[in-house]
Ligand binder design. Structure first.
Ligand code: UDP
Ligand code: MG
Length: 316
């Protein structure tokens, strides 16, 4: 199998017939052996009935249906598990992503050797301010944190080497960061292709402004996991020790200063009369807490089932 097209969908009943026909049209001139995997993410409209009806028209379409709405990441993960093609394409079901881009994306993976190619909706057809502006800002932050130079990290239209999708775990709302997940898993050859983008024809967008808040938090989580997930003590321990010693040194200085002044019969202030003393107390407590967080983190990581899963790429 050359190509698997994985499509996560939630309440997209009007789009599905046109979507499948469009994919078929776009790929009919290509000599590609392909499959379309539809993942119905617990739709509450008639999407599943439409899928049952429409899939009879093609021998390329398979589908799975979730018992409830688990989210786009879960849907993609399930599609990735099923994908048999040597190249895997993801796209949205809402007719915003153009299937005619698929052959070129496929070529970039096969001929140019990319591990992952992300679409770039240079001319976005979404409502202006609420999406486009925050998206620019968000992508800039994402570039800085991940070190991957993509303009449109969250583009639904992407192409992957099969190996890549089998080695990344897309959960929560991490579908936004598959390039970062791929990079963390050791697939660093990541490219970008400008893709055509259409306005949403039917239905409405499933993600609101909270995507930027959640997206940003997820980014921090991934960054932290990639760096310190396997050695939390190095992170918490460093800050904990530092904070503790600053607190300790300050408190010691205050006590010593008072005792010396007192012994020499000079004017002195009670330690507890000095604001600095309370700051140093807080530092002592926070330092200890951070240190403990590091210990607990190490305990959790020791018990994690993933502790010794090292993905081997090749053997000789
Ligand atoms: N989607 C999904 N599960 C969800 C939400 C969305 O499978 O819980 C699908 C949706 O049907 C569409 C794709 O994810 O195919 C992208 O969603 P949407 O078009 O709403 O996002 P936007 O284009 O506004 O970023
Ligand atoms: Mg959309």
């Amino acid at each position: 199998m050359d190509l698997s097209i994985v499509i996560a969908l939630y309440n997209e009943e009007e789009s599905i017939p046109e979507l499948l026909a469009w994919i078929e049209r776009a790929l009919s001139s290509q000599k590609l052996h392909y499959e379309v995997i539809l993942v119905d993410d617990g739709s509450t409209d008639t999407s599943w009935d439409v899928i049952k009806r429409e899939s009879k028209l093609y021998n390329t379409v398979t589908a799975v249906r979730f018992s409830r709405n688990y989210g786009k990441s879960a849907a993609l993960f399930t599609g990735f598990e099923a994908a048999k093609g040597s190249v895997v394409i993801t796209m949205d079901a809402d007719l915003q992503d153009n299937p005619e881009e698929i052959p070129e994306l496929y070529e970039m993976i096969v001929a140019k050797g990319y591990d992952l190619v992300s679409g770039w909706k240079r001319k976005r057809k979404d409502s202006k301010l609420t999406k486009n502006l925050p998206s620019k800002l968000y992508n800039r932050v994402a570039r800085g944190v991940t070190g991957i130079k993509l303009h449109d990290m969250n583009c639904g239209l992407k192409a992957y080497k099969n190996e890549v999708v089998k080695n990344i775990e897309v959960y929560g709302e991490m579908h936004r960061y598959t390039p970062y997940l791929a990079k963390i898993a050791g697939y660093r050859n990541i490219g970008e292709k400008v893709v055509k983008h259409q306005a949403r024809k039917f239905g409405k967008s499933k993600f609101g402004m909270d995507r930027f808040v959640n997206g940003f938090l997820d980014l921090i989580t991934l960054w932290f996991l990639a760096r310190f997930g396997k050695r939390p003590m190095h992170f918490f321990g460093t800050f904990g020790t530092l904070t503790f010693f600053v607190g300790f040194a300050t408190a010691a200085y205050l006590v010593a200063d008072k005792l010396i002044s007192q012994a020499n019969g000079l004017k002195f202030r009670q330690v507890t009369d000095q604001p600095l003393f309370y700051i140093s107390l807080v530092a002592l407590i926070i330092g200890m807490q951070l240190f403990l967080a590091g210990f607990v983190g190490e305990l959790v990581s020791r018990n994690s089932s993933e502790r010794n899963i090292y993905k081997i790429k090749e053997r000789l």
